[in-house]
Design a protein around this ligand. Structure first.
Ligand SMILES: Nc1ncnc2c1ncn2[C@@H]1O[C@H](COP(=O)(O)OP(=O)(O)OP(=O)(O)O)[C@@H](O)[C@H]1O
Ligand SMILES: CC(C)(CO)[C@@H](O)C(=O)NCCC(=O)O
Ligand SMILES: [K+]
Length: 276
């Protein structure tokens, strides 16, 4: 029963940015929590939450809404939690990896899977057609390409450096290569044939990143009985959309998965407290 629950702020702490979403408790037609407003800050900007306060005021979330925070970057999560309590008056609740009742995780070490990958999978389980597998591409600091099986289990996938991280690595670990800004890598369609160093890097990062994603989707799909649903999220997702056939772009997928996980975890606790 999709009863309207109270407002919730979800904070997905990544390795580059903290993504924030305001959820008023409603669900869309497919059953995903509706993100009424979103905002992002750099992971280096957690000391002063003034911009977050102004965003919260605009959302109409009330003065002290419940906040859940995820954990792929523990040091930043700690700083954000402390600053939020001091500056905004509420203590964010850390949201753990989904329990096995919410998401079966078939990887070798379920406790080590990045929670963001698992929250994406929880959201995919709501969105995908019944009995169809799903592949989720999350193009953030790292790019992940993960499989949710037809029965709903998280099966693992692939992790590779994202566009900006690859650009930084080329500069940091070579003597002669310059830093190509990540917007240069992601905002245009470079000529594959670069005739100078910068253009060659732009080409390699852009088409290499696109090609890696296409090849991984293809290889992960080979063993599947059915064509997978394909979902794309993360900061660089808009650049990949044109090249990944049939992909659906979902900018707030991990946040939506966090909200689903938080509400289901609360439901599970209430049920077990009732004892019936
Ligand atoms: N507005 C944008 N336009 C184009 N590319 C972008 C934009 N914002 C971010 N990116 C690209 O997306 C990647 C980072 O994505 P994002 O900001 O989602 O990181 P993140 O959420 O902190 O990552 P993670 O969750 O993996 O730690 C970088 O490669 C960057 O170049
Ligand atoms: C792969 C990233 C960096 C993607 O954000 C994150 O999910 C993470 O830190 N994962 C931990 C290792 C794992 O998922 O197997
Ligand atoms: K991510």
């Amino acid at each position: 029963m999709a009863a309207a629950s109270s407002a919730l702020i979800a904070a997905d702490v990544g390795n580059t940015r903290v993504k924030l979403g305001y959820f008023d408790g409603t669900l869309d037609a497919s059953g995903l929590p509706v993100c009424g407003s979103r905002f992002a800050i750099s992971v280096n900007a957690c000391a002063d939450l003034g911009p977050v306060k102004r965003w919260l005021d605009e959302t109409g979330a009330g003065s002290e809404p419940r906040v859940v925070v995820s954990d792929v970057n523990p040091a930043v999560t700690r700083d954000l939690t402390r600053a939020w309590k001091e500056q905004l008056g509420t203590k964010p609740e850390q949201i753990r990896r989904p329990d096995p009742q919410i998401l079966e995780n078939r990887t070798d070490h379920p406790a080590r899977t990045g929670p963001d990958r698992l929250f994406n999978a929880v959201a995919a389980n709501v969105l995908r057609p019944k009995a169809k597998p799903a592949i989720i591409i999350d193009a953030g600091t790292a790019t992940t390409i993960d499989l949710v099986a037809a029965d709903g289990a998280f099966e693992g996938g692939a992790i590779l450096p994202g566009f900006a991280l690859s650009a930084q690595a080329l500069q940091s670990y070579t003597a002669l290569l310059p830093l190509v800004a990540s917007d240069d890598v992601t905002d245009s369609r470079p000529n594959p044939l670069g005739r100078n160093t910068r253009d060659a890097i732009r080409s390699g990062l852009y088409w290499g990143g696109v090609g890696a994603v296409i090849e991984l989707v293809r290889r992960i799909s080979i063993e599947l009985d059915d064509q997978p649903a394909i979902y794309l999220t993360g900061g660089a997702a808009p650049r990949l959309v044109p090249y990944v056939a049939q992909a659906r772009h979902l900018p707030t997928f991990a946040l939506q998965g966090m909200v689903l996980t938080s509400r289901r975890s609360a439901g599970t606790r209430e049920e077990s407290n009732c004892g019936d």
